[in-house]
Design a protein around this ligand. Structure first.
Ligand code: HEC
Length: 167
């Protein structure tokens, strides 16, 4: 009689060499509790809210030692529009938030990112995109890496000045 084959004996787990968004978990409320910037994007009819994890915000302050780990979250909201499709503005001239449509996350940990080619690698950052309720989005994050790459001098963070000023 042939020996029984079980998944554990015939399919050893492949070594996880691949870089990618599956390393990044959907951030909890506490991990995105420091709101440090609100960005109106009338060009794409979005309101973007930028959050840091508390230790990331502390570590970003001028003079603080650079933390080995960091977690930044950008909540993306549809801007509310009038009946001609133009973005509405509040009394301060700011766009008005509608539905939360996506949650963009960038997370940095020691040793991450080494698998990427140099022309794509963003230091130790990984990127991930989620739906509003936390489901993972597309696995291909090359567009994220490619667009943030030119910000290498400020640790790949577009909003680094605002983050440094965050409390
Ligand atoms: C076309 C360029 C572009 C692409 C593609 C892009 N980003 Fe960004 N990202 C920006 C800009 C610009 C900002 C600053 C906010 C703003 O001005 O809209 C930003 C901000 C962020 C922030 C807040 C921290 C920071 O850098 O300011 C996170 C988190 C983020 N992006 C994650 C992602 C993820 C995840 C993806 C891919 C799913 C992605 N981004 C793709 C341009 C891009």
């Amino acid at each position: 009689m042939a020996p029984s084959r079980s998944a554990s004996c015939c399919c050893p787990p492949r070594p996880r060499l691949s870089a990618g968004p599956e390393k990044v978990a959907f951030p909890s409320g506490d991990q995105r509790s420091v709101l440090y910037a609100d960005v109106d994007r009338p060009d794409i009819k979005q309101v973007r809210r930028l959050f840091a994890a508390p230790e990331t915000a502390r570590g970003a302050r001028a003079g603080a030692p650079r933390p080995a780990r960091a977690l930044l979250t950008m909540e993306i909201y549809a801007a509310r529009t009038d009946d001609r499709g133009e973005p509405l503005r509040d009394g301060n001239g700011r766009l008005v938030r509608g539905d939360l449509t996506a949650v963009f996350v960038m997370e940095k940990r020691a040793g991450w990112g080494a698998e990427y080619p140099d022309d794509l690698r963003n230091g130790e950052w990984e990127y991930a995109r989620f739906t509003a309720d936390g489901r993972s989005g597309p696995a291909d994050t090359r567009a994220c890496l490619g667009c943030h790459k030119p910000k290498a001098a400020q640790a790949y963070v577009f909003s680094s000045e605002k983050l440094i000023g965050a409390r």
